[in-house]
Design a protein around this ligand. Structure first.
Ligand SMILES: [Zn+2]
Length: 305
């Protein structure tokens, strides 16, 4: 067993406006908590490398990717949607975010019984095949999944998304992809206001009412998801790990605690152990209140040890 964290200084070297919730200080808070919890001495930390244009094209319309690079100015910023502001530095960071998922897939595919966590920003799960959305420019987890299928010829990739917001982008990209099974739990009704009903066998949704507790979450995960996940027999488990369903994070109104994230870490590691030699890659999505975010990430990682 070994746990590796991929990150890069470029993911910390920008901010997209004062008081923006998706701030570099989120990552600093997690790094501080890794240190004070002692976990820093147990995990390995590695620098991510940037994704290539061809790798971005694996999950996005090349015309969209090219448009983003053409449109972002050297100085100043543009808006790709109402919530998604991009400048030259954040676009560069987005390449490292996407690249970290490729690094992590390579690692766990080549070194069984290894888990990876990508400590990155910007997040990715709202980015669609040809559109940015909700702070996300490129869909990091979808690029990682598409790369795994292409590079390692995988036929069954499981993606789990427990962010408080629905992973609309991942659904958009994989709704017709039979090699992927995408499980997403999310507060409903809530941003990004996607259809709570699945219309594809590749997509499994768990809409949750505001105020949902960890006990209810765990029960529904066990009853509704676990049998389907086991039946899928994944060859790789990928996780869009957002921590904004925490009770102290006012980005949403759910009531999970760090103990629920510990439990999620344990469940997903067990699943990966059972079916795919422990191959588990998690990528940071949301989580905006620094202290609960940092505590939750550390708990989630401890669940995998
Ligand atoms: Zn979120």
């Amino acid at each position: 067993m070994s746990l590796v964290i991929f990150s890069h200084g470029r993911c910390l070297s920008y901010d997209i406006g004062l008081d923006h919730p998706e701030a570099a200080s989120r990552i600093y808070a997690i790094q501080d908590q890794l240190l004070s919890s002692g976990l820093e001495f147990v995990v390995q930390q590695r620098d991510a490398t940037p994704a290539s244009m061809e790798q971005l094209y694996l999950a996005h319309d090349p015309a969209y990717v090219d448009h983003v690079f053409d449109a972002v100015p050297d100085t100043g910023h543009i808006w790709l949607d109402d919530d998604t502001q991009v400048n030259a530095k954040s676009l560069n960071a987005a390449l490292y975010s996407a690249g970290s998922g490729i690094n992590a897939v390579d690692l766990v595919m080549q070194q069984p019984d290894t888990q990876a966590f990508c400590l990155i920003r910007p997040p990715g799960h709202h980015a669609e095949f040809r559109a940015a959305k909700g702070f996300c420019v490129f869909n990091n987890i979808a690029i990682a999944a598409a790369y795994a299928m292409q590079q390692y010829d995988l036929g069954r990739v499981l993606i789990v998304d427990f962010d408080v917001h629905h992973g609309n982008g991942t659904e958009d990209i994989f709704q017709h992809e039979l090699r992927v099974k995408f499980f997403s739990s999310f507060q409903h009704p809530f941003y990004p206001y996607t259809d709570p009903v699945s219309h594809s066998s590749s997509i499994v949704k768990m809409p949750l009412a505001a105020g949902t507790t960890g006990a209810l979450y765990q029960r529904r995960f066990n009853e509704e998801w676990l049998p389907l996940m086991q039946a899928f027999q994944p060859e790789l488990v990928l996780v869009s790990a957002g921590f904004d369903a925490h009770i102290e994070d006012d980005m949403g109104q759910m009531k999970l605690t760090e103990l629920d994230y510990l439990w999620l870490g344990q469940q997903l590691k067990q699943l990966a152990d059972q079916f795919c030699g422990g191959r588990l890659v998690s990528m940071l999505e949301g989580g905006y209140e620094h202290s609960p975010l940092a505590r939750s990430v550390v708990s989630y990682l401890k669940g995998q040890l």
